[in-house]
Write a protein that binds this ligand. Structure first.
Ligand code: KIV
Ligand code: ZN
Length: 543
């Protein structure tokens, strides 16, 4: 990645992204706003959102399709699981810079580099708290000690790579004089990105914008670094604060898909990106652009929601199920006459499925493979065979098959690929007059088939009881979440089920998809139990 262009004055300028025609048709240079996605690090710090390595890798690959500039893949020293995930993401994702978080400690920075060194473009992200509250109560350090530790951390990181980001944790509540002094010092020590987080989501847009403006005007070497912002959503202002910062000179925005993150979450990537794009007419934004492939937004949102088990509220901006739905008669009438009466952006621009029927029961293996390629899947022969078999089964039952159906089906095959236990048989009896009963068969490894029959308070309970009986080594676990969503509209829609299981400090998610909601539930439950059995899914240990 190109971190900037050295202009004649010897100063770093943010990336000149491309030439954009202005309203008079003449060309003007657009400046790039870098999108730093921290779904896999700050997002994973949402209680209950922990992910295993394969899940993180799937999200990272999708973030690469979305064309984010930087993926913060984790906090390598936090746990072995975090370290391994950062290393895997660094190995496999080549089109984005990969960042790993590190406190201002040498062992953190060394460990981060160990995880990152295989990346095409590794970034060490080191941070220390700067606000008086954090200095006094958390660190027991004064201003000079914090500054010294920050500079030492940056110098350590620069020994490994020039791509070093430094963050002032709780910058939103830090004295401006001290903030300017420490920012100047870390830039002088080699930080090429300086991040100003509103860690506790306390500031208001005007204040936060003014904070960035102050730094732009008072730090002598500020143009030698990209100024980044990282806003939390405790007062629902994370996106507004991020945009205010951009208006005053910030050129990197840190955000997460669906606004996932610590407490009330982080700025939602989809909102920041679509606000910049839709309000390109605004003087503060009209010479700015991101490189995000916005048509991948919905897909990314759904993937993150399915993997974490965090549903997206229907009225959520950009990605909510109702974000482009027009209910009132007056609105529908307006939209039918002229779509821009009530729509400020098109559903297609964010990748909302246009309900185009893509394949049917007469489609062959070749057409199926070609469609998968167009959707960004590269499957090996075995995966393709299994997916095609399921596709044929689904096509026999469902009249119309959409891209969403194919994605759900293939994702479902891919996520359970490493599962030791798999569902092979399911028979359920339920109804008003019957005691719900489930007979379940699961395959353990490549051969043994285990079978059990159990009753329950309902069919899902009976299925889960029978499965749990067959996998006793998973131990006792509490069902923390059971969520069903429909892949498309219509009564014959496929169901995607997410379950979350809690076992002591461990939380695991499982997913399953099928046109039969009970089969999807059984698959999701088995997927989660596989993770409990497989000990690589360690509890996460965030900042
Ligand atoms: O919110 C915050 O301050 C952070 C830093 C570690 C960047 O997440
Ligand atoms: Zn944060």
């Amino acid at each position: 990645m190109d971190y900037g262009k050295l202009a004649p004055g010897g100063r770093f300028w943010t990336i000149l992204a491309s030439c954009l025609p202005d309203t008079n048709g003449t060309l003007e240079m657009a400046e790039r706003i870098l999108i730093f996605d921290t779904t896999l690090r700050d997002g994973e710090q949402s209680p209950g959102a922990s992910m295993n390595i394969e899940e993180k890798l799937r999200i990272a690959r999708q973030l690469e399709r979305l064309r984010v500039d930087v993926i913060e893949a984790g906090f390598p020293i936090a746990s072995v699981g975090d370290f391994e995930s950062v290393r895997e993401v660094a190995r496999h994702v080549r089109e984005c810079s990969i960042a790993g978080l590190a406190r201002a400690r040498f062992e953190d920075i060394d460990r981060a580099w160990e995880a990152l060194s295989g990346a095409a473009d590794p970034r060490i992200h080191t941070f220390i708290a700067t606000s008086p509250i954090h200095r006094r109560h958390k660190l027991g350090m004064d201003q000079d000690q914090v500054l010294e530790a920050a500079v030492a951390a940056v110098r350590r990181a620069v020994r490994y790579t020039a791509n070093v980001e430094w963050s002032a944790e709780d910058a939103g509540r830090t004295e401006l004089e001290f903030l300017s002094r420490i920012v100047e010092a870390v830039i002088a020590a080699g930080a090429r990105t300086v991040n100003i987080p509103d860690t506790v989501g306390y500031t208001l847009p005007e204040e936060f914008g003014a904070r960035i403006a102050w730094l732009m005007n008072h730090v002598d070497n500020i143009h030698e670094a990209v100024i980044s912002v990282h806003c939390h959503n405790d007062l629902g202002l994370a996106v507004a604060n991020s945009l205010a910062a951009v208006a005053h000179g910030a050129r990197q925005v840190e955000c997460t898909i669906n606004g996932l993150g610590e407490r009330a979450g982080n700025a939602a990537l989809e909102e920041v990106v679509m606000a910049l794009r839709t309000r390109h007419d605004h003087p503060a934004f009209n010479a700015l652009e991101t490189r995000i492939e916005t048509t991948e937004i919905i897909r990314t949102s759904k993937l993150v929601s399915a993997i974490t088990g965090f549903p997206v509220q229907p009225n959520k901006a950009i990605v909510g199920a109702n974000a482009f739905a027009h209910e009132s008669g007056i609105h529908q009438d307006g939209v039918l006459k002229e779509v821009t009466t009530y729509e400020i952006m098109t559903p297609e621009s964010v990748g909302l499925a246009t309900n185009r029927m893509v394949l049917g029961k007469h489609s062959g293996r070749h057409a199926f493979k070609e469609r998968l390629k167009e959707l960004g899947y590269e499957l090996d022969d075995q995966q393709l065979d299994r997916s095609f078999r399921r596709f044929k089964g689904l096509a026999d039952m469902k009249q119309e098959l959409f891209d969403e159906d194919i994605r759900a089906l293939v994702d479902d095959e891919v996520i359970r690929e490493d599962d030791h236990y798999r569902l092979v048989k399911l028979h359920v009896v339920s109804g008003m007059q019957d005691t719900p009963m489930a007979a379940v068969g699961i395959q353990a490894g490549s051969e043994t088939i285990l079978e059990a029959t159990r009753s329950g308070v309902g069919p899902i309970d009976a299925v889960f009881q029978a499965i749990h009986h067959l996998i006793p080594e998973a131990g006792e676990a509490r069902l923390n979440l059971y969520q069903v969503s429909a892949v498309t509209g219509g009564l014959d829609a496929q169901a995607v089920v997410t379950v979350r299981l809690e076992q002591g400090a461990r939380l695991v998610q499982g997913q399953g998809a099928d046109n039969d909601v009970i089969v999807a539930s059984a698959r999701a439950f088995i997927n989660a139990l596989n993770k409990l059995v497989c000990r690589d899914h360690l509890p996460h240990n965030g900042v």
